[in-house]
Design a binder for this molecule. Structure first.
Ligand code: FAD
Length: 347
């Protein structure tokens, strides 16, 4: 651990910002920065500003119907806070397994997020819970969705003269629950191999929204935004609700906003006419409706007759899980009925 030439303690945000503008790095609980330097991971910066005495950065408070977490809120405070435990359970789960009791008493949510470690436990639940971060710099405050904060391991979009002030959590929709689990090789004092969080909303006994997210690389979180996670959940549910259909192409590396699948002997024109209230299209046709196999299906080498027995479903941000499952169940039943009543198979 190299010596730090300059060390100041700030008691206001303004003092801290002045130190950052002069080139200092903030240190909150020090459980990443100082412990890492002691372990030889990275030397301490030449100038440090301690922010743990800034009262304005402390606490967990109500903000409208949601919560504001001060950057200095510790994992111990988060795991024991009654509202966090009840309504933002995934975050309480994550904070409760950070390091040891001593780590949780000193380590802060701000430090956890700004450190942007691939093994950070709070990132995935915060994304699932629609958190946004508030950064303050010389030009004032800016707020951004937390998934836009991370750019890679140890990297964020915050500039060196910006301080994380708070993390805002909007009120979850009625019927929403969340959880966080991690894969670890030891029961205690282990960092995550991979962490998984989910927030799920249930309405009238049906899942209406699901936001899963994985944490093993902050940059991966950037790629898998809440929207994409929602689309993936819809895509999986649609596949499961379409027995007898075979996916066109590989399941890997594909955009989950589209599902294109075929079923042997399916008369797609008849299916579409039988199910006019459901928005799906013939998987074979390109956007012009020419009836020719689309360039995508040609590109993956699908035979023409299979392409003609293909359907295509599209999902978007506002598509609800219950709609997808219901529509696919009807499509699967109508397709099975066609087979039962003897539409000739292709193979
Ligand atoms: C033994 C041990 C076990 C651990 N186990 C886990 C674990 O299981 N899961 C896990 O996620 N983490 C774990 N950690 C890592 C660490 O405890 C957490 O990431 C903790 O939340 C860091 O908070 P801190 O306040 O100590 O951060 P600090 O070390 O003070 O800061 C970390 C980084 O964030 C920056 N920073 C801090 N606050 C701000 C701010 N307000 N604005 C801008 N930048 C800021 C600092 O400059 C530094 O780059 C462990 C650490 C130790 C030592």
């Amino acid at each position: 651990m190299s010596a730090t030439a300059q060390f100041v303690t700030a008691t206001t945000v303004e003092e801290a910002l002045a130190a950052l503008a002069a080139g200092a790095r903030p240190v909150a609980g020090g459980t990443d920065l100082v412990v890492g330097a002691r372990q030889g991971k990275a030397p301490l910066p030449d100038a440090l500003v301690a922010i743990h005495r800034i009262d304005a950065l402390r606490g967990i408070s109500a903000a409208g119907a949601g919560l504001r977490l001060g950057a200095l809120a510790t994992h111990e405070e988060l795991e024991s806070h009654p509202v966090v435990r009840e309504r933002f359970t995934g975050l309480a789960d994550a904070s409760a397994i950070v390091g040891s009791r001593a780590t949780r008493a000193n380590g802060t949510i701000g430090g956890n997020v700004m450190n942007a470690s691939p093994a950070m436990d709070t990132g995935a639940p915060l994304i699932c819970l629609d958190a946004s971060v508030v950064l303050q710099g010389p030009g004032g405050n800016r707020s951004l969705p937390i998934e836009e904060l991370f750019t890679g391991p140890g990297q964020t979009v915050a500039s060196p003269d910006e301080l994380l002030i708070a993390i805002d959590l909007p009120a979850p929709a009625v019927g929403t629950g969340s959880a966080y689990v991690r894969l670890e090789y030891r029961r205690q004092m282990e960092i995550a191999i991979v962490g998984a969080a989910a927030a799920v909303t249930v309405e009238g006994g049906k899942v209406t929204a699901a936001h899963p997210d994985l944490m093993n690389d902050p940059a991966a979180l950037v790629k898998m935004t809440k929207d994409e996670a929602h689309l993936r959940a819809l895509w999986q549910a649609a596949r499961a609700a379409l027995p007898g259909f075979t996916l066109n192409g590989s399941a890997d590396n594909r955009w989950p906003g589209n599902l294109n699948a075929w079923r042997n002997g399916l008369d797609v024109a008849r299916l579409m006419s039988d199910l006019r209230t459901i928005a799906f299209s013939a998987g074979s046709a390109c956007a012009s409706g020419s009836g020719k196999p689309s360039h995508v299906l040609r590109a993956i080498g699908l035979e023409e007759k299979k392409a003609r027995s293909s359907i295509r479903l599209g999902f978007g941000r506002y598509t609800r899980m219950s709609e997808v499952v219901e529509a696919c169940t009807q499509i699967a039943a109508a397709a099975a009925a066609q087979q039962e009543f003897g539409v000739a198979g292709h193979d």
